[in-house]
Ligand binder design. Structure first.
Ligand SMILES: [Zn+2]
Ligand SMILES: [Zn+2]
Length: 155
């Protein structure tokens, strides 16, 4: 089974972003950096097109996750973290369903280890997954908050 190179590239970027993030402890950053270097050489990414995106005109990747509700009179609106919101619905459940129907949400998946949480359980998975932004490309990456439970960067 071959893994698509795009996926490996994205994983390398995610590891690099995690390593460079100020909130990442030094030991974990070192592991992430070593993993990125290992993947880069194993898949020969350094010998391919060094620019991860074909053109800067492509909008940065944004993680679309359910972000919360806001009241609208007696009704509720549901919001994606990108800023998209539904029209007012009678209940929060209906607002969430309307959001999922009208606006494709991303899987609650760690880009490093691949663990997936149920997307509808949006309050719960936020305790385990975080979004980090690549300061270079503006791309966002979802990944485990805790490196000890992340199968990719775990110690
Ligand atoms: Zn969105
Ligand atoms: Zn993970």
């Amino acid at each position: 089974m071959t893994v698509p190179l795009d996926k490996i590239r994205r994983r390398v970027r995610a590891l690099t972003v995690r390593a460079a993030h100020p909130g990442t402890p030094p030991a974990e950053a070192a592991v992430a950096r070593a993993m990125a270097a290992d993947l880069t050489s194993r898949y020969g990414l350094d010998q391919l097109d060094p620019v991860p995106r074909p053109t800067a005109a492509i909008a940065p990747a944004v993680v679309h996750w359910m972000a919360g509700f806001s009241p609208s009179g007696k009704q509720s609106r549901a919001w994606c973290r990108c800023g998209y919101g539904t029209s007012p619905r009678a209940t929060e459940d209906r607002a969430l369903r309307a959001l999922m129907d009208s606006h494709p949400l991303d899987a609650a998946e760690c880009g490093l280890c691949g663990v997936v949480y149920p997307a509808a359980d949006w309050v719960k998975f936020r305790a385990f997954l975080q979004v980090l932004k690549d300061p270079v490309t503006g791309d966002e990456f979802a990944m485990c908050i805790n490196p000890r439970t992340c199968k990719a960067v775990g110690f």
